[in-house]
Design a protein around this ligand. Structure first.
Ligand SMILES: [Zn+2]
Ligand SMILES: [Zn+2]
Length: 592
């Protein structure tokens, strides 16, 4: 079958293909285990899975056998026919299967009149569909079974562990191959793997779960990112502040965060007469700074920024490398301004985000896009009630996005409880999109904190607050950049910029001196004068993905020029020392 002329399948069609393959897999399993119990079997991103209660543990060898049988079935043009059954009939059919029996009873309790089944050959399955009409619609080359896993019935450890079989399925063979290629690349670039290989961060059981320790190399990257943020924000009129990581729980009750974020906060500590809590966010601290004295319209917009540590509880099962941690550090800021200044300020924030991402080599529309997250006027529980204020705020954000002409989409009901927001949606190496951070328009906190300013007519007025980040949280940004660059950081972010390898013992001291001279001139250089062979030293530096490597032997010591090997190049080049230092410094300065 040729993939060339096939049109891309619509989402609905693909869902039918994936789910129908899961039925075929169950048919193939039933041939081997006629009494198999069928757990859940949903369509998931890129494929499907199905849970089975089997009399024995499966060996991964079974996957290609099942695939082969499924391909045969596809060739037989098997049809999927829907029919209805009464509850009594359905329960009778599944009297050997406690899982289906439970599902049928749930449907009855939910008030369903009868039960939907899909029948293919002898396989009659409780199922709401939808399915393809016949296996003719399935490309036998565009699916594969990927892995076995254990899964508790209904996700509860109290229940029996079932066997889950995962599959991938697409409309065309090409799409399947592209997906496999992308996953292989994502695995190679996984920041947890590269973080270990490149010695960037570690975990320690006694320090605790979800609490990464950055090594000296990892810390270089972190500090360079912080420096960049501080520099760029200062240029753009932000003022940096330092506020405590702890505060009285009263502060978060006042902000209204306490009931909303209660489950993600750490338990409070009783200290003397006060109840303290590790802060889940920085906002109220900045509001208290603002309120520390009367403010004039002349001070607005006031842009208070902080490299701020924050603490949020994450379930241990959800912790992952640097992306899901229990303490993180945000490039945070709150812009307090008059309502009529909001549009310009949001425009400036988006400009800073674009500028920063451009430095990282990320393309707008391809690597990231914006999502306009709106409130829901019908949901007064989740969102602060003030229809007029919501309309106005949403209008301002939408207008700003339209004006600067950036790619964005809207999502209803995704706003913060105190106002709409623009989410920065990042596309990861594995193709998944996630929210990196947000820009929020807030008309609620100024009321809660009674924030005021004296306007030019001498009257008191209420400002609005824009919560924003510039590059998001440093941990997640680092994880993203490790994967984005596959560990080969640009010169300005590279922990070691120049590696100098000595050929023999006689050259060690010269290398150390040269490295010291580079460091004095603002270049992060490291000499390798170990007893390894030169070949091994070069291989090591290549593995460390160092941008520049110098090998120093008798000839190089006698020469006035340096012999430089650029990362990724097979050949070397000669360059004067001062010229080289200038070249590297230029890249550092321009963040290349
Ligand atoms: Zn089905
Ligand atoms: Zn905030």
């Amino acid at each position: 079958m040729s993939d060339k002329n096939e049109k891309p399948a619509s989402a609905g069609k693909l869902e039918k293909i994936r789910h129908s393959l899961s039925h075929l897999m169950s048919m193939a399993i039933s041939e081997l285990y006629p009494r198999v119990g069928l757990g859940v079997g949903p369509v998931i991103e890129n494929g499907f899975y199905q849970d089975y209660d089997l009399p024995e543990a499966l060996n991964p060898d079974i996957l290609p056998k099942l695939e082969k049988r499924m391909r045969e079935m596809i060739g037989e043009n098997i049809e999927f026919k829907q029919h209805q059954m009464s509850f009594a009939q359905a329960l009778k059919q599944y009297k050997h299967d406690p899982y289906k029996t439970e599902l049928i009873k749930d449907l009855k309790a939910a008030g369903e009149k009868n039960v939907s089944f899909y029948k293919s050959e002898n396989f009659d399955n409780l199922c709401a569909g939808p399915h393809v009409e016949s296996t003719k619609e399935i490309n036998p080359e565009a699916f594969m079974l990927t892995k076995l896993a254990g899964a508790y019935w209904r996700g509860s450890e109290k229940n029996k562990m079932l066997t889950r079989i995962y599959g991938l399925a697409f409309a065309t063979k090409q799409e399947l191959e592209n997906h496999l290629k992308m996953m292989a690349e994502a695995e190679k670039r996984d920041h947890r793997k590269l973080g270990k290989e490149l010695d960037l961060f570690v975990f320690s059981e006694i320090v605790g779960k979800g609490l990464p320790l950055l090594t000296p190399k990892g810390t270089v990257i972190r500090k360079e990112l912080e420096k960049f943020v501080l520099e760029e924000e200062t240029k753009r009129g932000y003022q940096h502040v330092v506020t405590p990581n702890l505060a009285r729980v009263e502060l978060y009750k006042k902000s209204g965060h306490y009931p909303y974020y209660k489950d993600t906060m750490y338990p409070m500590m009783k200290v003397d007469e006060e109840e303290l809590i590790l802060r889940p966010m920085t906002c109220p601290h900045h509001f208290e700074l603002y309120n520390s004295r009367p403010r004039s319209y002349k001070e607005l917009p006031l842009r208070l920024a902080e490299i701020a540590h924050q603490y949020r509880y994450e379930k241990s099962g959800e912790l992952s490398g640097l992306t899901r941690v229990r303490m993180f550090c945000l490039a945070d800021a709150h812009i307090i301004c008059a309502k009529e200044q909001a549009e310009d300020e949001i425009k400036n924030v988006l400009d800073l985000i674009d500028y920063s991402y451009n430095i990282f080599g990320l393309a707008k529309g391809k690597d990231y896009r914006y999502r306009l997250s709106l409130g829901d006027r019908g949901d007064n529980k989740k969102f602060y009630k003030d229809d007029a204020a919501w309309d106005k705020a949403e209008g301002i954000l939408r207008k700003t996005l339209e004006k600067i002409g950036v790619p964005y989409f809207e999502a209803k009901g995704e706003a913060a409880f105190y106002g709409p927001k623009i989410d920065v949606q990042m596309k990861k190496i594995n193709g998944q999109e996630e929210t990196a951070f947000t820009v929020q328009y807030d008309f609620v906190m100024p009321k809660r904190f009674a924030m005021k300013y004296i306007d030019r007519d001498g009257k008191e007025n209420e400002p609005i607050v824009i919560h924003r980040s510039s590059i998001g949280c440093f941990e997640r940004t680092m994880a993203f950049l490790i994967e984005h660059y596959a560990g080969a950081f640009p010169v300005w972010l590279s922990p070691t910029q120049v590696k100098i390898a000595s050929v023999g013992q006689a050259h060690g001291e010269f290398c150390q001196k040269l490295a010291a001279e580079f460091r004095e001139n603002g270049v992060r250089a490291e000499a390798d004068d170990s007893d390894e062979t030169v070949g091994n030293k070069i291989r090591k530096a290549v593995g460390e993905k160092v941008p520049y490597m110098l090998v120093v032997g008798d000839r190089e010591m006698a020469s006035l020029k340096l012999t430089v090997r650029d990362r990724g190049e097979k050949t070397t080049r000669e360059i004067g020392k001062q010229e080289f230092i200038k070249e590297v410094n230029k890249k550092i300065k321009n963040r290349m």
